[in-house]
Ligand binder design. Structure first.
Ligand SMILES: [Zn+2]
Length: 294
């Protein structure tokens, strides 16, 4: 697996560190409203075989972090599923043992050097490496980092009745320990932008107060979308929600917002789950949007 990719945005370097590649994801499961012809003979040219099987029935997804080094700060955006987490209701992520930290180290990043961890939302595959096991406890993986996430999202998922089955147990082992350690910086993205160069955008829908994160450096732009999109086919079909989108109408609106933002700003789009490079440029086409992988 090619686990390290690097990009430049102005003075910042963006590095992808991969945790997992999920192949054989049934398209009819991930996108309940899918039209299979869009994944077969009507497939946009930018959706190659690394994205979807020939018959359109299965998709490939990636789970990874984006690491941004601005010269001033080392920033990790989203932290995958984590090792050793008990997820009996979600076997894909149950008790994983991946060399994620070794891959971080291979990319030149030591956990103690990370200044900020930015979390787009509090689902199972975005907060796992927030913590590691130490004896009987879960402790922050990044001992010197502030972990930034939405206060509204935190308060919503503190109520276990709001937690969807795939993320059962996540709040307890990967979110609350960060707050207990005094390393959480809970924000209202409508009013607080705590890190130079980064802007948090409220993109509700996939989760209660999902955040997409833009970066501007030396006149260049990036958008770390989080889960407003899961797969490149949604660039062509932004009306397709994933099965994991909790607030359907808002998820569609936020997807369109993110694609428009990227197109309007010429922003490099860093996705959470696209296969292949997972980074690209969103273009405007006569009938919607297009995607140029980078
Ligand atoms: Zn996700």
């Amino acid at each position: 697996m090619d686990t390290i990719q690097r990009y430049r945005i102005g003075d910042a370097t963006v590095t992808r560190v991969t945790e997992l590649i999920l192949s054989e994801v049934p398209s009819a499961f991930l996108f309940p409203d899918r039209d299979r012809t869009v994944l077969t003979h009507c497939r946009p040219s930018w959706i190659g075989p690394e994205n979807v099987s020939t018959d359109g029935e299965t998709l490939t997804l990636s789970v990874h972090s984006w690491i941004v080094q601005t010269g001033r700060h080392t920033v990790v955006i989203d932290t995958g599923a984590g090792n050793g987490k008990s997820r009996p209701l979600n076997p894909i992520f149950d008790r994983l043992e991946t060399p994620y930290l070794e891959r971080l180290a291979a990319a030149g990043i030591r956990s103690e050097d990370v200044d900020f961890v930015l979390v787009t939302h509090l689902h199972v595959d975005h907060v796992g490496w927030n913590t590691v096991r130490k004896g009987e406890r879960w402790v922050p993986t990044f001992p010197n980092a502030k972990y930034v996430f939405s206060e509204a999202e935190y308060r919503f998922y503190a109520d276990v009745e709001h937690v969807q089955t795939p993320s059962a147990g996540v709040f307890e082992d990967s979110v609350q320990p960060i707050v207990d350690a005094g390393q959480a910086l809970l924000i209202d993205a409508g009013h607080q932008q705590p890190i130079d160069g980064f802007t948090f955008h409220r993109t509700k829908g996939h989760s209660f107060d999902h955040l997409s994160i833009s970066l501007e450096s030396n006149g260049e732009h990036a958008l770390f979308s989080g889960d407003v999109v899961h797969h490149p086919v949604q660039v062509a079909k932004p009306e397709w929600n994933s099965v994991f989108c909790e607030f359907q109408d808002d998820a569609q609106a936020s997807r369109l917002w993110a694609l428009n933002y990227a197109a309007n700003h010429g922003a490099t789009f860093f996705s959470s789950h696209f296969p292949g490079t997972s980074a690209g440029i969103v273009s405007r086409e006569d009938d919607g949007f297009g995607w140029l992988p980078l």
